[in-house]
Design a protein around this ligand. Sequence first.
Ligand code: IMP
Length: 436
Amino acid sequence: MSNGNSLVVVGAQWGDEGKGKVIDYLADKADLVARFQGGNNAGHTVVYGANIFKLHHVPSGILNEGTLCLLGNGMVVDPLVLVDELSELEKRGINTKGLRISSKAHLNMFYHRDLDEENEKLLGERKIGTTGRGIGPAYADKVMRRGIRAVDMVEFRTFRQRLEEILPLQNLILNKIYDHKGYDLEQLLDIYRPAVERLGPLVSDTSLILAESLQNGDKILFEGAQGALLDLDHGTYPYVTSSSTTAAAAASGNGIGPQHIDQVLGVIKAYTTRVGEGPFPTEDHSEAGAQLRERGNEFGTTTGRPRRCGWFDAVIARYAARINGLTGLAVTKLDVLSGMDTVKIGVSYDCEGSRAEIFPTSIEKLSKCSPVFETFPGWDEDISRARTIEDLPAAARHFLEVIEDRVGVRIELVSVGPDRSQTIIKDSSNLKRWHF
Ligand code: IMP
């Protein structure tokens, strides 16, 4: 049975919902934080006082001394990037000793990055708009049963042996399909050796660590990356990432049973953004969209790319609630809407003349849908110092009430700025075992 203390935090849009901030806030009280999918395509910016941390693999929980942080089996880990991330954290006085990597996590290698880039080039106008981090090819190799796993880093000779077996095929693909010269084994081994030796001791049976933690009644936080609409199965395929970003993957991506998931908090911005290609019904190409980008600083943490911006979309929020089993919402960046004359919520779609309340299953259909908006008066007040719902202007409170009503999920947390302190707990009934 569940210990009642586990919470999965997932993105409920196309990623970049501000999960890092929410997770950091909640991780403060967690005994263990585990990631379950993705890799360094994720980028969490965590602001803590005067410090800004940009994390890619490492869960935000690392900032809290004593919190155990796991990189689950569902992840693809780039050893070179992870080592840099750890060094950067250590340089800034963060203790990284609590990090463990699942022995079953797959490694995202140099050639995956090349394959990702080359594949995008080949797709031309039909490109996915990936982060270029090699995520798709790394997962493809896992599925093709020719990946290198974290367990292969425990001893350098095993790593050498695996690379010896795998590199000829990777080089062949690079040479023959992409006209890329490929890699020399010894050179690659030299590049990887320090990372493999640094990370090898962190490789563990993380499923067992979790099982023990569950048994102890620990507070466990599962940290999702990307968002519902980027899920490999349920997202806007093929404009998706290559992993399962929805809550159920917290179990399979960590080697625990689904009964151990107690609550699922969906993080959602008060507006919507997307990076990369693919349909985005509430996208705003006018001045309002540009304002959201500037005020919300909507530029990628990982790639620096400007994000496409638009209004809150209740259709995708309802869909995200369904496919994740959301038990609550965390609405972020409400402060970014301050100063807009009017604020809008897409409540349904007009799909070639017929009204759709339900998110279409194909992007062909989705791309023919335009949003039906409800428009509300905006507010001018700076809300970044609000600490309770009552501190918010009536128009902002009303906006939140409409979101709750149109999505059908309770808002538990509202974020009004990047700092931990800029957080309002709206409904503590579920979150109280976490923070109170
Ligand atoms: P990939 O994950 O690099 O393969 O990229 C596939 C799609 O997911 C692209 O549209 C990316 O922009 C998007 N994506 C991947 N990671 C993130 C993220 O952390 N935030 C937002 N979008 C992401």
